[in-house]
Ligand binder design. Structure first.
Ligand SMILES: Cc1ncc(COP(=O)(O)O)c(C=O)c1O
Length: 389
């Protein structure tokens, strides 16, 4: 069968392939520590689960508004207002099954051949995939370990042309855990205003911050009107499998994005939306508890990795990933990830899974118990020793 040419431009997220390989090894009896998947290992809080069960019993089991149920959009608008100090109208909020579809819809609605989009590299791979899919030019900007995995602002300036339509930001960042400084964000906002560029600000890790504070570009004057502000429930409330996310977006984008929803999934499951209302309005104590535990794990894994000769690991300020530098081992990140999985029993992702500038790095998710992280560290130390002989 001949596929459409454009399919050759669509990438994917290989984390799920690594998971499948790891599970195949487990089925053969091998013990694997899973550090490949980016999802909190905590249970969705009880009040949220109960709200969903009640909603099912109450009949929230039918199609609903493609844009998202108004009571949920109102709560999201309130939450964005409270956390960003801006007034968000619920008509500009769009709810989707997970935050991820917003990347698909908004990029599809915005970009086409002839346009350019600048995005940090490495980054969650769906951005590069979707930019390429539209036929627009994907313009990577290198994240620099020596800058805490931020990019150089002069480099950003040098990449802006009259064709630049979009700049993608993600802070706290997947895969490095790096965060942009408020000064960076202010400078990027100035560039966006001056050059009439839309910003896609992926803030799904906004609540998983260990030092400093999350700062949103949408809080800056005029920026709400040129920002697709993406967030969701997966990470903050340990709800990855529920598929519930949202964005606030410029007015002009709402109708086309809702049309894409209507052409694809129709709507987001209403009982999960009712659970989302409970998540935002119910007790919030699960968040600081989860973040405190993640912080302990971060220190455990960063200190552990830095004590292994040949590995250097930046201490991230947010999200739940580390991105250790393995360049001294003289091996490609793909080979290293394969060796970790097949020989050491640790599932990790090669840095290039997140873009070409990820070569020389591995991504480890520390969304796993301290006991398993210790086990993984011992195994990694043994695996690394062979490269240094
Ligand atoms: C940066 C980033 N954005 C978005 C998502 C997708 O989140 P969701 O589960 O809400 O689709 C992820 C998931 O790992 C992510 O890392």
């Amino acid at each position: 069968m001949k596929l459409a040419n454009k399919m050759s431009r669509l990438g994917t997220e290989t984390a799920f392939q690594v998971l499948a390989k790891a599970q195949a090894l487990e089925a053969k009896g091998k013990d694997i520590v899973h550090l490949e998947i980016g999802e909190p290992d905590f249970t969705t809080p009880q009040n949220i689960r109960t709200a969903a069960a009640t909603a099912l019993d109450e009949g929230y089991t039918h199609y609903c508004n493609s844009q998202g149920m108004l009571p949920l959009r109102e709560q999201i608008a309130k939450e964005l207002g409270r956390t960003r100090g801006v007034t968000v109208d619920p008509t500009r909020v769009v709810v989707t099954p997970g935050a991820k579809p917003i990347m698909f819809y908004a990029i599809l609605a915005l970009l086409e051949r002839g346009d350019e989009a600048i995005y940090p590299n490495p980054l969650y791979p769906i951005y590069e995939s979707m930019i390429n899919f539209t036929g627009a030019k994907a313009v990577p900007i290198r994240l620099r370990e020596e800058l805490g995995f931020r990019f150089d602002l002069d480099e950003l300036k040098s990449k802006i042309t009259s064709r630049t339509r979009l700049i993608v930001l993600n802070s706290p960042h997947n895969p490095t855990g790096g965060m942009l400084e408020e000064a960076d964000i202010r400078a990027i906002a100035d560039l966006a205003r001056k050059n009439d560029i839309t910003v896609f600000s992926d803030e799904v890790y906004e609540n998983i911050v260990y030092e400093g504070k999350h700062f949103s570009i949408a809080s800056l004057p005029g920026m709400l009107d040129r920002t697709i502000l993406l967030s969701g429930f997966s990470k903050t409330y340990a709800m990855t499998g529920w598929r519930l996310g949202y964005a606030a977006m410029p007015k002009e984008l709402v109708e086309p994005v809702v049309r894409l929803i209507s052409n694809s999934v129709s709507c987001t499951a209403p009982f999960t939306q009712v659970a989302g209302i409970e998540a935002l309005t119910g007790p919030q104590d699960s968040i600081p508890k989860m973040v405190a535990e993640f912080k302990k794990r971060r220190d455990l894994i960063v200190d552990g990795l830095n004590s292994i000769p040949g590995i250097r690991c930046f201490r991230p300020r947010g999200a739940f990933y580390v991105f250790p530098n393995i360049q001294k081992l003289g091996v490609s990140c793909n080979e290293f990830a394969d060796a970790l999985l097949n020989e050491a029993g640790v599932a990790a992702l090669p840095g290039t899974h997140f873009g070409k500038y990820g070569e020389g790095y591995t991504r480890l998710s520390y969304a796993n118990s301290q006991e398993n992280i210790k086990k993984a560290l011992e195994r990694i130390a043994r695996a690394v020793a062979k490269y240094l002989k």
